[in-house]
Design a protein around this ligand. Structure first.
Ligand SMILES: [Zn+2]
Ligand SMILES: [Zn+2]
Ligand SMILES: [Zn+2]
Length: 491
């Protein structure tokens, strides 16, 4: 089963609200809830047989034929909000835990002591590829669109600047003032090399940290290590921005995976090194073909690095809760959410087409040996082929660990309900330890069976999300820090 199969098997039979009319509505609703209100769950047909590992005894058989629709629904797990709001919401929650554990510790096996390590919130931007319409940041003083651009007309007869004021939802925001002047090729090629810029940035940062302490990089590794978590975000102009948390730790061991750095430096020192590294690096990008010339690629000038102060009430601080929450939100804003495919957004469409054109030119010129031969494959991601969210190994826990823990929790609860009475059992609560499940399932499709079912699942999902959000907000009383963070991130 390939990803292609998953997306080609869509629901298309227009039927009425079948579960409402059938006796199995309650069972069906349970299935909806068990998928976490996924909007496009995978449908599986088959059996799961449960055995006791110690005795070999067959305990039970779970058969999808006993379920409503005769299939088992499993959540799709897509992290893009445009594909599945529920699964993306869950991903965002996991991402929040992962980041928050790395920022404040005291969660998911990360000790609270990491909250004393120097931590920097870093934003690496793309450079300018031409003037685009821009909106005023929420909460900022309204200002004309492109006030710093030169007056007059460009060589294509279009105004070089725009004095209007645009709201954030104005469809012109992010569009080029002159598509003919705008360097679409430059942007596509920059996005293509962006993962390499990031990689070089991390190498350069480690070197600079060592050099500023007067050590070789090898010697510095015994005293400190740079850990990071990074998330990519598309701007309105389709350019990728990288937001990262950069933390200094000591050299980890099996006994202490998150030790404090052995050198006492403030977060502001680390922020300086981040800025320096971002300014230092560049890439010589090969030309696309014989008619093209080489380009020197760098990060944009609006690179920003701020210390995250975790034990202070100072107004100027970036709050740790805000940083984790916003990075987690960015992590779900993937290419799917800039809606390139079939979009009326001319600018993004042009960028996508440029990726395809460059790929074609590269193949004609050098075949598959060209560095741009695969650019077309990433046209929907506007040329960005990197991970939207990544981290160094020791930043904190992994998404996989979080998912396993949740799965285990649900499985244990289910098995306690079906097999054992916890009050009389002399086994540990961890019943899953000696239970073996043999799964024999076949993929039969994706999505709820009818449009009516899909609609019911969607409204249930909305209600569940509202409830969860209300609960989460009640647990995070950091409104002041949050607002400040919002202003900071929209700069
Ligand atoms: Zn889903
Ligand atoms: Zn404008
Ligand atoms: Zn022009």
């Amino acid at each position: 089963m390939s990803a292609g199969d998953l997306y080609s098997l869509d629901v298309d039979e227009p039927t009425a609200l079948t579960p409402m009319l059938s006796d199995g509505f309650e069972d069906w609703s349970k299935q909806v809830a068990s998928t976490g209100f996924c909007s496009r769950p995978v449908r599986l047909f088959g059996q799961a047989r449960t055995f006791d590992r110690r005795s070999g005894q067959h305990l039970s058989t779970f058969d999808s034929r006993n379920l409503p629709d005769s299939v088992l629904y499993v959540r799709c797990g897509n992290r893009r909000a445009s594909r599945c709001p529920s699964c993306s919401h869950e991903y965002q929650g996991d991402m929040w835990h992962l980041l928050s554990a790395g920022v404040s510790g005291g969660d998911k096996g990360v000790p609270e002591s990491v909250s004393t390590h120097p931590l920097v919130f870093l934003t690496l931007t793309a450079p300018s590829f031409g003037t685009v319409h821009s909106s005023t940041r929420p909460g900022a003083q309204p200002r004309p669109c492109t006030v710093n651009a030169a007056p007059g007309l460009c060589e294509h007869g279009r105004p070089r600047r725009c004095t209007e004021h645009h709201d954030a939802d104005d469809s012109r925001v992010g569009q080029a003032l002159c598509p003919d002047c705008y360097d679409y090729e430059g942007q596509a090629i920059w996005q293509w090399h962006c993962p390499e810029l990031w990689r070089r940035f991390t190498i350069r940062l480690r070197r600079l940290v060592a050099a500023h302490l007067g050590m070789s990089e090898k010697a510095s590794r015994d005293l400190l290590r740079v850990q990071f978590a990074k998330v990519g975000e598309y701007q309105k102009r389709g350019a990728i921005h990288l937001h990262a948390l950069v933390r200094l730790d000591g050299a980890p061991s099996d006994d202490d995976p998150y030790p404090s750095p052995a050198v006492d430096v403030p977060a502001s020192w680390l922020a300086e090194r981040c800025l320096e590294a971002a300014r230092d690096i560049e890439i010589d990008a090969a030309p696309v073909d014989a008619y093209d010339s080489a380009r020197v690629l760098r990060f944009g000038r609006q690179v920003d690095a701020r210390p995250v102060q975790r034990h202070s009430e100072d107004d100027g601080d970036v709050s740790p809760e805000m940083v984790s929450a916003y990075l987690a939100k960015y992590a779900t804003k993937a290419a799917g959410d800039v809606a390139v495919d079939g979009t009326p957004n001319r600018h993004l469409k042009q960028l996508r087409e440029t990726c395809l054109e460059l790929c074609g030119r590269a193949l004609l010129h050098e075949g598959f040996s060209s560095p741009y031969a695969l650019l077309g494959k990433w046209a929907d991601a506007l040329g960005f082929r990197g991970h939207f969210a990544s981290k160094s190994r020791r930043f904190s826990t992994t998404l996989g660990t979080l998912r396993d823990a949740r799965r285990k929790y649900h499985r244990d609860r289910e098995q306690l309900e079906t097999h054992e009475d916890p009050s009389s059992a002399d086994e540990p609560l961890d019943v899953a330890e000696h239970i073996v499940v043999l799964n024999e399932f076949r993929f039969v499709g994706q999505g709820w069976l009818t449009p009516g079912d899909a609609e019911l699942a969607r409204s249930a999902a909305d209600a569940a999300r509202e409830w969860k959000d209300a609960r989460r907000t009640a647990r995070q009383p950091h409104e002041k820090g949050k607002n400040h963070g919002q202003a900071l991130l929209h700069r």
